[in-house]
Design a protein around this ligand. Structure first.
Ligand SMILES: Cc1cc2nc3c(=O)[nH]c(=O)nc-3n(C[C@H](O)[C@H](O)[C@H](O)COP(=O)(O)OP(=O)(O)OC[C@H]3O[C@@H](n4cnc5c(N)ncnc54)[C@H](O)[C@@H]3O)c2cc1C
Length: 406
C-alpha cells in the first residue's frame, strides 16, 4: 500500500493530508510536525487570537477526532532532520526512521532575528500558536508595546495592540510600512492609517541602543536620538524559509525556495508547497514564491490533486488579505515594482483598487475595502489579455471581464 508522509503541520501540510483523503487516496497518511500543537489557523495569531476575541479550540483547523476519522496519523513535536530520497526514508531528531512512498514538504519559515538584540523575557518573535499565546499573556501586563519592523506581522500586531488600548511604537528602517510587499504609495497610505490611529511610527529609523534591567528590556534609543520606554518588544523582520531539510535531501534550491514544477513536484514522488515553494505558475508564466496562507492551503490541495491525478498543474492565482483596524486589504496575482499602476476609487476614503500591468497585461490587483473589484481584477489577470491603461481606469469592470478578446 502507498504511504504518504507529510512533513509540516501548517497550512500546506494539513490541507494536503485532508485533500488526499477527499480525492480517494487509500494509502496511509502521516503528518510529522515539529510543532507541539495540532495544525491551526496561523493568521488568527496576529489578530483575533492575540486580542482574545477567539480562543482555543477555534483556532485549530480540525478537531482531534477528524484525524482518526480520516485515518491521518498525527506525529507532533517531532522534527525531520534528514533522510534519503533514493531509499525513501526520513530520519527524525529522536533517531527514528520513517519510510515513505510519496513525500510532501510544507515547512514554512523561521522568524529572522536581528543582531545585537538582548536575550530578554519580554522580547518576542511570532510564528507559532505558543508564541502568540506568550505575547497575548505579556500584552495583558504591558502598556507600551514596540514593534521592530512594519511588514504584515508588525503592522497587524500594532493594530491589535492599539485596539487593546496599548501605546504602540513601530520602528521601521524603510521609509514607509509594508514597502517591500506593497510599494511606496500604498505604504504611505498605511503610514497615515497607523498614525491616525495613534501609533508612534518611526520610519527610516533604527535602534541604536537597548536598555535592560535584569532579564527585561525597559527601553530603546533610536537613531534619531529619541528614547522610548518599552514593556514588550516584538521583532517582526520577516522569515527565513526552512530550507535545511530540502537541502539535506538534495532538492533543487532556487530564489530562496525549493524549485517545483507546475504540478508542485520537486522530484519524483516529492511535492513541496507553501512558504518554501518556488512554483512555476502556469497562468502567470513565471516562477513565484509566496508567503501567504491561502496560497499554502491551496498548494496543499493542489499537491493532493497532483499525487492522485498524476501531475495536475496548479493554476490558482496567489491571493492574500490583511486586516488592520477597520481596513481590509486584498491582493490577487503577483506584480513587481516595475509594473505600471492604474488606480481606481478613492484613496482618501480608503476605498480603492490598484491594477498593476506589464505590457498591458494585468499581473496583480490590490484592493482596500473594495472586495468586488478585487474579484473582478482576478478575472482580468487570468484572461492574460492586454488592456489599455486609460480604458481600465474608467471601464465598467464587469463588462470588461465579459467582453470578447480583441
Ligand atoms: C502571525 C501570522 C499571521 C499571518 N497572517 C496572515 C494573513 O492574514 N494572511 C495571509 O495570507 N498570510 C498570513 N500569514 C502567513 C501564513 O500563515 C503562511 O504563509 C502560511 O502559514 C505558510 O504555510 P506553510 O505550510 O508553508 O508553513 P507553516 O504554516 O508555517 O507550517 C510549517 C510547519 O512545518 C513544521 N516544520 C518545519 N520544519 C520541520 C521539520 N524539519 N520537521 C517537522 N516539521 C517541521 C513547523 O513546525 C510547522 O508546523 C501569517 C503568518 C503569521 C506567522
Amino acid at each position: 500500500m502507498t504511504r504518504a508522509v507529510v512533513v509540516g503541520g501548517g497550512g500546506t501540510g494539513d490541507a494536503a493530508a485532508f485533500a488526499l483523503r477527499k480525492r480517494g487516496f487509500e494509502g496511509e497518511i502521516a503528518i510529522i510536525s515539529a510543532d507541539e500543537d495540532r495544525p491551526y489557523d496561523r493568521p488568527y495569531l496576529s489578530k483575533e487570537f492575540l486580542r482574545g476575541e477567539v480562543d482555543l479550540p477555534k483556532v485549530f483547523l480540525h478537531d482531534d477526532a477528524d484525524y482518526s476519522k480520516e485515518r491521518i496519523e498525527l506525529r507532533l513535536g517531532q522534527r525531520v532532520t534528514g533522510g534519503s530520497l533514493s531509499e525513501r526514508k526520513l530520519k527524525l531528531s529522536g533517531g527514528d526512521e520513517v519510510a515513505f512512498d510519496v513525500l510532501v514538504l510544507g515547512l514554512g519559515g523561521t522568524p529572522r532575528r536581528l543582531p545585537d538584540i538582548p536575550e530578554a523575557g519580554n522580547v518576542f518573535t511570532l510564528r507559532s500558536l505558543r508564541d502568540s499565546q506568550s505575547i497575548r499573556d505579556a500584552l495583558g501586563r504591558a502598556s507600551r508595546v514596540m514593534l521592530v519592523g512594519a511588514g504584515f506581522i508588525g503592522a497587524e500586531v500594532a493594530a491589535s495592540a492599539r485596539k487593546l488600548g496599548r501605546d504602540v511604537l513601530i520602528v521601521e528602517a524603510l521609509p514607509v510600512p509594508l514597502q517591500r510587499a506593497l510599494g511606496q504609495e500604498v505604504g504611505e497610505i498605511y503610514a497615515r492609517i497607523h498614525r491616525d490611529r495613534g501609533v508612534d511610527l518611526r520610519t527610516g529609523a533604527k535602534i541604536e541602543r537597548w536598555h535592560t534591567d535584569g532579564d527585561r528590556v525597559v527601553g530603546v534609543t533610536l537613531s534619531d536620538g529619541s528614547r522610548h520606554e518599552v514593556d514588550l518588544a516584538l521583532i517582526a523582520v520577516g522569515i527565513e524559509p526552512n530550507l535545511d531539510l530540502p537541502k539535506t535531501l538534495g532538492l533543487p534550491i532556487d530564489g530562496g525556495g525549493v524549485r517545483v514544477d507546475e504540478g508542485l513536484r520537486a522530484a519524483e514522488d516529492v511535492y513541496v508547497g507553501g512558504d518554501i515553494a518556488l512554483h512555476k505558475h502556469p497562468v502567470l508564466g513565471r516562477s513565484i514564491r509566496v508567503e501567504h496562507w491561502e496560497v499554502a492551503k491551496g498548494q496543499g490541495r493542489g499537491i493532493a490533486a497532483s499525487i492522485v491525478g498524476g501531475h495536475v498543474p496548479y493554476t490558482k492565482l496567489p491571493y492574500f488579505w490583511s486586516d488592520q483596524y477597520d481596513v481590509s486589504l486584498e491582493y490577487r496575482g503577483h506584480a513587481s515594482g516595475d509594473d505600471a499602476a492604474v488606480w481606481r476609487g478613492n484613496r482618501e476614503a480608503l476605498n480603492f483598487s490598484v491594477f498593476y500591468l506589464r505590457d498591458g497585461i494585468v499581473e496583480g490587483v490590490l484592493s482596500m475595502n473594495d472586495a468586488k473589484t478585487n474579484e473582478l481584477g482576478g478575472k482580468l489577470i487570468e484572461s492574460r489579455r492586454p488592456f489599455d491603461t486609460a480604458a481600465l481606469q474608467g471601464a465598467d469592470l464587469a463588462e470588461l471581464v465579459g467582453s470578447p478578446a480583441p
